[in-house]
Design a protein around this ligand. Structure first.
Ligand code: YYY
Ligand code: MG
Length: 143
């Protein structure tokens, strides 16, 4: 089993799509280990997207990610990082495959509904950005 971090981004929350997107994720076989709704501060958003700080879209990305609440979710599945990237689709929804979350629901490359980690190493870092160890339920919370 491996883990990945999803974030239902502010446009997902604003458009009342939390339920639909979580259903899509669960139907694809992911187990939820931790979940919360939070409004990111500027500092927290900048920390999370630190790797993009030199990119031309960085300031807009931070403005968007702090524009309303979002829902970080720690997920578990075999091959979680890669399989989650598959079900969300390409960063630009116009280039995403049919049936992917971004193709179904996203407006444009910035307002693209959902985040997914890009490596196991980053997944671990990103999960710890949002969740303490005791907030992460082993075995989906069941015995
Ligand atoms: O991992 P992923 O979210 O698919 O894309 P990244 O290249 O890591 O970029 C992070 C985030 O930045 C993306 O989801 C939207 C935004 N962004 C943008 O607004 N404009 C771009 N040209 C590239 C990325
Ligand atoms: Mg990325």
């Amino acid at each position: 089993m491996s883990r990945t971090l999803a974030i239902l981004k502010p446009d997902c929350v604003r458009k009342n799509l939390i339920g639909k997107v979580i259903s899509h994720i669960q139907d694809a076989g992911f187990k939820i280990l931790a979940m919360k709704m939070i409004h990111l501060t500027e500092d927290s958003a900048k920390g999370f997207y630190e790797i993009h700080k030199e990119r031309p879209f960085f300031n807009e990305l931070i403005t968007y990610m702090t524009s309303g609440p979002c829902v970080p979710i720690a997920l578990e599945k075999e091959n979680a990082v890669e399989d989650f990237r598959k079900i969300i689709g390409a960063t630009d929804p116009a280039k995403a495959e049919e049936g992917t979350i971004r193709k179904l629901y996203a407006e444009n490359i910035q307002e693209n509904i959902v985040h997914g980690s890009d490596s196991d190493e980053n997944a671990a870092k990103e999960i710890s950005h949002f969740f303490s160890r005791k907030e992460i339920l082993e075995n989906n919370g069941w015995k």
